[in-house]
Design a protein around this ligand. Structure first.
Ligand SMILES: [Zn+2]
Length: 425
């Protein structure tokens, strides 16, 4: 095996850079972020790349193109983790392309583009009240107000960046949109699936069609409390029974309509006594789809049916939208290139949407984007220490990624950059 065993060993090394051993927790700008970054920078240099931290603590490595004035293809994923994480979420998407570059370098091959690998400092948003901090800076979506936000110990992001050895005032220099020289022409991310679809179908890898858009709602149902023994069934305004009917409607709608997932993950009941009819219930709905049209239809159905249930049960319903983000579609041409690379390994190409968010979702602002998913063992569990990936799957995914890099032809110079080169000459 060329890549798989080595990548899993490297993931084991990285798992030791944790804030709460034996669990794995590595947050943005922590000491462990620095140690993991230094290890990755070492791997990048051994593979033949120039590498270092940028101003916000992202780990960046470049494998220079074989031709002058070449464009840039970016790849990468996040170095940070949730609390009590698995070993492969994020890190696989950094280690796998490093293995590809090491192999290209060993063969003395350069690409018609500069390949840039990024280990994003933060994607999970565990330490500060912001997510996708590294990738958003590169996509021109960094909010400078974040610099004044503090972590649980009262340390601001600005302070933490500067203590890390970065430079918070340079956040806007990371923006990769509209570069005239060395413009970014594609972003691809390889990532563990974090779900059971590939596992259930016996496939090592799959092509992502889109990163799902999501809407999060909080719903308050208000009924009337009463004695559990004295109020007749027909005279009740039971907020919990109404909420239960609404929750089952959401579940059924998302089951019956392909391309949707819906979850009620939080519910509270007041007064919450065994002998009192529930008066106040608060619950949440998280609904996601790779297709914004399908999600819009679901939201319309909820907006019609949930108030109807409330009216029929004589309770009040209040709905508030907490979060609403559109889907990020993957580029069809890049998807096709992943399909070709997968088919070349004798594997049936499987297309699937990503229900989880990833660094790649902000990159359509910079360049066409695509993702490769790798099978997740243990029923697809992730964000958990039971997350697993086999060496065989790591091998296949890396071979697919290498095939993609070797066959990817970047577009010719854009007219504007060619003219600029001419003028400069
Ligand atoms: Zn991830």
């Amino acid at each position: 095996m060329k890549f798989g065993t080595e990548i899993l060993k490297q993931a084991d090394v990285l798992a030791a850079f944790t804030e709460d051993a034996p669990r794995i927790t590595r947050t943005y700008l922590s000491k462990e972020h620095r140690l993991a970054g230094e290890y990755l920078i070492g791997l990048m240099r051994d593979a033949g790349m120039n590498s270092g931290f940028d101003a916000l603590g992202n780990i960046v490595g470049r494998y220079e193109a074989g031709v002058p004035f070449a464009p840039v293809v970016m790849t990468g994923s996040h170095q940070d983790s949730v609390r009590n994480a698995g070993k492969y979420d994020g890190l696989f998407g950094i280690l796998s392309p490093i293995a590809c570059v090491k192999e290209l370098n060993r063969r003395g091959l350069r690409l018609p583009y500069t390949l840039e690998i990024v280990g994003f400092g933060d994607e999970e948003g565990v330490r500060f009240p912001a997510t996708l901090i590294g990738s958003k800076a590169m996509a021109g979506k960094f909010d400078p107000a974040w610099l004044d936000k503090a972590d649980g110990d009262g340390v601001t992001m600005r302070q933490a960046i500067n203590d890390f050895g970065g430079n918070a005032s340079k956040w806007n220099e990371l923006d990769r949109r509209g570069e005239q020289h060395g413009e970014v022409v594609a972003f691809v991310e390889s990532h563990i699936e974090q779900g059971p679809v590939l596992l259930n179908e016996g496939l090592a890898v799959g092509v992502v069609t889109a990163i799902a858009g999501a809407t999060r709602l909080v719903l308050n149902v208000t009924g009337l409390a009463g004695h559990a023994g004295t109020v007749p069934m027909g005279a009740r305004q039971d907020a919990l029974a109404a909420a239960a009917e609404m929750i089952l409607f959401v579940e059924k709608f998302c089951t019956d309509n392909a391309g949707l997932v819906g979850t009620v993950g939080k519910l509270s009941v007041k007064p919450g006594a065994i002998n009192v009819i529930p008066q106040d219930v608060e619950f949440t709905i998280d609904v996601r789809s790779g297709d914004d049209g399908i999600r819009a239809v679901a939201l319309k159905a909820f907006a019609a049916e949930l108030p109807a249930i409330a009216a029929q049960r004589n309770v009040q319903l209040r709905v508030e939208t907490l979060y609403d983000a559109d889907a990020a579609p993957c580029d069809p041409t890049l998807q096709k290139q992943f399909e070709t690379a997968i088919a070349a390994q004798g594997i049936k190409p499987r297309y699937l949407a990503s229900g989880a968010g990833h660094d790649a979702m902000v990159f359509p602002a910079v360049a066409p984007m695509a993702m490769l998913f790798v099978r997740c063992g243990n029923n697809g569990i992730s964000h958990h220490p039971d997350e697993t990936m086999t060496a065989e799957d790591a091998e296949i995914a890396t071979v697919v990624l290498l095939h993609f890099f070797e066959h990817h032809q970047p577009p010719q110079f854009s007219a504007s950059s060619a003219q600029r080169v001419d003028r400069n000459l």
